[in-house]
Design a protein around this ligand. Structure first.
Ligand code: SF4
Ligand code: SF4
Length: 342
């Protein structure tokens, strides 16, 4: 059963949910964009439906809620360690299907990529509920349909929302929320609606035939183009909802040099120092090599290990690149090269 609610009633529910959950959604921050006169669309806490920016794509995704930019792992003192304490927060995240599918990629990376689960990711991830926003039109740079990430399954969300002029139509798929918050659902207007998903983006990407990718493809001159254009700023990494690399550092506290903490923070494969090893050797000095590494990871290696590609086609990397490097165009060029036999 699905329901219709007025905006006022839904906002009332949100304010009740706020007692237990931190509610995140894409919002507009005026004059906080790249230039002072530009607005920044990003994830932040909301109070009500009017806070949600539905008409523009967010520059950043919601990944930092479960994978913080900087996260303390443990504290140490005099040879003893103590795992960083866990906060009590629970989260509701409003997001589009591609971004929900990006969390599936993060789950694979942090929870199913070897014998051990990432306990830090897991303890945050377990406290997240997803409210999926119906998305039927997308944005100019999206290519989610090509990446097969334009749709979600019923099990992927706690609620699925269609925004109407005068209210919300929603599917509720979460017993905990039903029991604790949506207790008067029987008084809501009952409807049946079929979730709609975008079926065609303006941008289409042809994925390369993985069986035809040879070593020659890795050495193709395609990648040298990016050595000339990419400035290794790493914006594409930070805005990507599936980039999940991090580096680990120790800091010692001033008062007692035997005490300190170990933390991790985001790292990006495009940024200088990402592959630096003891002795100063670096594997991918050329920026084009970094582009090749990222591309192959997003649309080749990851799928060799798991069942789907890592890239969800959100197009954020295209939106943020100061050098107008287009990842979707790169994939299409790569596919052509692969088809032509490198
Ligand atoms: S690689 Fe680009 S298009 Fe793909 S998920 Fe990351 S930001 Fe989105
Ligand atoms: S955003 Fe563009 S210039 Fe910056 S690292 Fe990525 S591809 Fe290179």
């Amino acid at each position: 059963m699905d329901y219709n609610l007025s905006k006022e009633k839904f906002n009332q529910l949100l304010s009740e949910l706020k007692q237990e959950y931190q509610i995140y959604a894409p919002v507009r921050k005026e004059n906080k964009g790249t230039y002072s006169a530009n607005d920044l669309i990003t994830y932040d806490l909301i109070d009500n439906l009017d806070d949600i920016e539905l008409n523009k794509k967010s520059k950043y995704s919601a990944k930092e809620i479960v994978f913080p930019i900087r996260e303390t792992l443990f504290h140490f003192m005099d040879g003893e360690q103590k795992m960083a304490s866990e906060d009590e927060e629970k989260y509701i995240i409003f997001l589009r299907p591609c971004d929900r599918n990006a969390f599936k990629r993060l789950d694979k990376i942090f929870l199913e990529n070897g014998p051990e689960e990432d306990i830090y990711y897991k303890r945050l991830r377990e406290k997240v509920k997803f409210f999926v926003i119906e998305c039927t039109e997308g944005f100019d740079s999206c290519f989610c349909v090509s990446m097969d990430s334009n749709e979600v399954e019923r099990d992927d969300y706690s609620a699925f929302l269609r925004f109407r002029e005068d209210g919300i139509s929603f599917k509720l798929n979460d017993q905990e929320l039903k029991n604790n918050y949506f207790t008067d659902v029987n008084d809501f207007e009952k409807i049946n609606f079929e979730a709609q998903f975008i079926q065609e983006n303006k941008i289409k990407v042809n994925l390369p035939d993985k069986d035809k990718i040879t070593n020659e493809v890795f050495e193709n001159e395609l990648w040298t183009e990016y050595s000339e254009r990419c400035i290794a700023c790493g914006r594409c990494n930070t805005s990507c909802p599936t980039c999940s690399c991090f580096t680990v550092k120790d800091v010692l506290y001033d008062e007692n040099k035997k005490s300190g903490e170990r933390f991790r923070r985001w790292a990006g494969c495009h940024i200088d120092g990402f592959t630096e090893m003891a002795g100063g050797h670096s594997f991918r000095e050329e920026h084009g090599d970094r582009m090749r590494y990222k591309t192959m990871h997003k649309i080749y290696d990851f799928a060799e290990r798991f069942d789907f590609d890592m890239c969800v086609g959100c197009g954020r990397c295209d939106d943020v690149c100061p050098e107008y490097i287009s990842f979707s165009k790169c994939i299409n060029k790569l596919s052509q090269i692969v088809e032509e036999g490198a």
